[in-house]
Design a protein around this ligand. Sequence first.
Ligand SMILES: [Zn+2]
Length: 235
Amino acid sequence: MSIHINEISDLEFRIAVNRIQTAILPIGSLEQHGEHLPISTDSLIIDYISTKIACEIQAFKLPVLSYGISYEHTPMFNLSLQSSTLLSALSDISCSLLEQGMKNIIILNGHHGNSGILPYISQNIAEKISRDSNIYILNYWQFMSDRFDHAGKVETSLLLAIAPDLVHMEKAKANTKHLKKSKIAYAAFGNSPGSFPRLTGNGVWGDPTEANAEKGFALLEEIISNTRSVLFELL
Ligand SMILES: [Zn+2]
């Protein structure tokens, strides 16, 4: 039986739900990733990681939710939901899954701009769900030793491993402004609308010209293995 929940029948689901009570919901974004990566970069990365994890821990995998909160990339391309809309959508999806018999929902996030609202899903639906159900929030960059970037070495290497046909290395350029402020100073911008192009110049954080597929495969191995270890602690 497929672990992809959208590929199985109602009957297959009813039988499987007796032994599988964990669902993985990947969430990504649709936003500019420089001139060399597709707008679906975050969604492709988190969908790939989620499929691997779901196979390994025998959980249902949901279709990736590609619509996220990306106003920080304005006026560059972004398709964005308001934070209250994403919170409502994820709350509804979680309630629905719990009603179908799931006990654990793992939200695997691939986009930094989504992360602020995710801890509030449980609070939002606390009165509607049973106390023995769990909603766990994990961001994939928590599981790698490299520093997270945007269309830089990390994300470009990941895409070179996952979807090389969608990467145009001949167009890869490092950020055009020198990012010399402290981490705390950059965090103070709080993903405010338009902040990303303002800070980076060309919408890239990091240097994608250093990326390669080998690095991408190594990162994926590290992320998947560390995620699995934490899930064994949680489940
Ligand atoms: Zn990204």
